[in-house]
Write a protein that binds this ligand. Sequence first.
Ligand SMILES: NC(=O)c1ccc[n+]([C@@H]2O[C@H](COP(=O)([O-])OP(=O)(O)OC[C@H]3O[C@@H](n4cnc5c(N)ncnc54)[C@H](O)[C@@H]3O)[C@@H](O)[C@H]2O)c1
Length: 399
Amino acid sequence: MNAQQPIRLAVVGGRRGGSFRLALQSLAERLTLTTICDLSEEVLAQWRADHPGIQTYSRYEDLLDDAAVDAVLLATPMYLHAGQAVQALRAGKHVLSEVIAATTLDECWELVETVEQTGRTYMLAENYCYMRPNRMVLNMAQQGVFGEITFAEGGYIHDCRYLIFNADGSTTWRGEMRRIFNGNGYPTHSLGPVAQWLGINRGDRLVSTATWVSKACAAQLYARDHLGPDHPATEDRYWQLGDSATTLIQTAKGALIVLRMDSNSARPHNMTHYTLQGTQAAYLSARHHKEDPLIWIDGRSPGASPGDAEWESLWNYSDEYEHPDWREWRAVAQKAGHGGGDFFVLRDFVQAIETGSPPPIDVYDAVTWSVIMPLSAQSVAQGGAPVAVPDFRRGNRSL
Ligand SMILES: NC(=O)c1ccc[n+]([C@@H]2O[C@H](COP(=O)([O-])OP(=O)(O)OC[C@H]3O[C@@H](n4cnc5c(N)ncnc54)[C@H](O)[C@@H]3O)[C@@H](O)[C@H]2O)c1
């Protein structure tokens, strides 16, 4: 490919793909959306109406045969991601995969091996890593502000019950997952930023994990209220997935991570929760949209621990610790989706292809974070027993 020409991108799964539009506009000189692939003729027709001249495919294999496509953005239901990524890599395409990367242990290994064999660029589009406070905390952690980090929490708590039924009362793929899976089914929004703060796969690694899940109540109530008392989804036995999952993870260096995942419980819209604890500082993400995230830094913030230590706004330190990404790109990123994340994942993907260097969220990160899903089911099935986390880098910390 001529380095001067923009990378020709195909979006696979046109619904979520649509929310990348603003980010794509900002990168137009380096990345062009040329092609859409979706099973739904309705989705394809909408793209053709909005982007006259765009190439559309309903068969994924036909898209892979198209030599005019350099890279694919996979935004299909998540159980398809790993298989479609492997197919695309083997067809010579670069891959940006929506979360999560894979849903079984075997898929995780196949993905790693395929990226290693093909040498194509593979990146996980974990946009929560790029949100402004998460990026700033990363910068502070990397500069040693937290001292020795001992503990972190990540939470993704988002009432998504409105996405589990089709209009006719049948279950969508998200609903089907709730029927057949019990564990932490969506771990990367919570684990991704935390893993970066802790230097996972870059000096430390995840070694052991266990998951416990509460009873399932919320989906039945939702079915009763929206589909009527006679729908089978109102019965407890219809659902495997409990409402709230808590995952514990131990790292090789002895840090402890707690993840919470809940996509069922009724509550106001406030999806994320993060904390970070080190020997020198502590971080607490905003509890409400309009609040500031909080930090306490020993010797700099007001008071001393434990007596009169006081939280202060993280933004008090933005002159000093704003991440370079946000210093440079704030105006552009703020217009893109998911707190700027949708812009930065595309930018870093393009940069990795252009330079041939590993992307910042590479296949090892993608599978290390995603494997928590199948391992959580294994742990739950064993009464919450700890399960070993594979070392996908096979001991090579410097890859
Ligand atoms: N990172 C984020 O913040 C974020 C936000 C939303 C969704 N997602 C992820 O994006 C993905 C898509 O989510 P969604 O809400 O758009 O789902 P959706 O069900 O609304 O849309 C999926 C689309 O994929 C199409 N599709 C299904 N099978 C296909 C196939 N074999 N080939 C081509 N197209 C196919 C469907 O027709 C549909 O248009 C999921 O993996 C989800 O986890 C991530």
